[in-house]
Write a protein that binds this ligand. Structure first.
Ligand code: 13P
Length: 287
């Protein structure tokens, strides 16, 4: 059964580790993440962007696929199904479809509007027992085609949003989605520390988990980050592994490609990536 991310994140914050959010794009991705979490006895969050939700035939299809896998694969570790960077309308659609966790990304609205919309969603999500992530200060890079520049959030605005009763808070601290450019100046730990001081027990979320050096990941966790999002790294691993298969010409001796065999190396590559991240984030054995 899908669970809210609230308990797993409060536990992670108190225990000084982070739960990984791995974005899913198809069946193989989802199966790889769930089975790795089960093997490592780690809680996990499945992230679904609005674009990926559309690709996978809508949020209801995603909910049913994930619930089916939880049962058929006998997954017993805590699993949250989380809308990633949801719009206001997308948030309501996912609540309706049966997601157990929602991110409302109001970072592009003026702060008053972000507060008003987040306040409303706090009420709806808490009535239904769902966890809610809010964002302050847009995360750079590309989010479903929207390019941001790696803003640094205002700690006071973070406190204002945290005080609304959200479950977790994503704050821009110079992190960006996708690969980091060579001239990236790194995470602003000063900002993260200031946000942590003002928001107390609130689990903080680090987006753009791909390509952040290990020492920065560990420092971010020590300063209150309890959830880390990874997407691009799984995509790169999947592409690399399946590309090799096609180039090797393993086409079933002229019978064409069997998608089960074609995607198998990608599935294994995602499992390996998820395992590496769960070990780095410290969530292994925490289910
Ligand atoms: P990456 O694509 O950089 O791993 O970031 C993922 C993310 O933050 C999703 O919200």
């Amino acid at each position: 059964m899908l669970v809210s991310a609230k308990d797993m994140l409060n536990k992670a914050k108190a225990g000084h580790y982070a739960v990984g959010q791995f974005n899913i794009n198809n069946l193989e991705w989802t199966k790889a993440v769930l089975l790795t979490a089960q093997e490592l006895n780690s809680p996990v969050i499945l992230g679904v962007s609005e674009g990926a939700g559309k690709y996978m035939c809508g949020y209801k299809t995603v909910v049913n696929m994930v619930n089916g896998m939880l049962e058929e694969l006998k997954i017993t570790v805590p699993v949250a199904l989380h809308l990633d960077h949801g719009s206001y309308e997308g948030a309501y659609k996912c609540i309706e479809a049966g997601f157990s966790s929602i991110m409302f990304d109001g970072s592009h609205y003026p702060i008053d509007e972000n507060i008003a919309k987040t306040t409303e969603l706090v009420k709806v999500c808490s009535e239904k027992g769902l966890s809610l992530e809010a964002e302050v200060g847009s995360i750079g890079g590309e989010e479903d085609g929207v390019i941001g520049t790696g803003e640094v959030a205002d700690p006071k605005e973070c406190k204002a949003i945290a005080d609304l009763g959200v479950t977790m808070l994503a704050a821009g601290i110079g992190n960006i989605h996708g690969k980091y450019p060579a001239n990236w100046t790194g995470l602003s730990f000063e900002t993260l520390d200031a946000i942590g001081q003002l928001t107390g027990d609130m689990p903080l979320v680090l987006h753009g988990g791909t390509g952040i050096p290990e020492d920065m990941i560990k420092k971010a966790i020590s300063l209150g980050v309890a959830k880390i999002n990874v997407n691009t790294e799984c995509q790169l691993a999947f592409a690399e592994a399946t590309r090799g298969y096609i180039e090797a010409g393993k086409d079933q001796s002229g019978k064409g490609f069997d998608p089960r065999k074609l995607l198998a190396p990608g599935y294994e590559a995602i499992k390996a990536t998820v395992k590496e991240k769960m070990e780095l984030f410290g969530s292994v054995g925490q289910a």
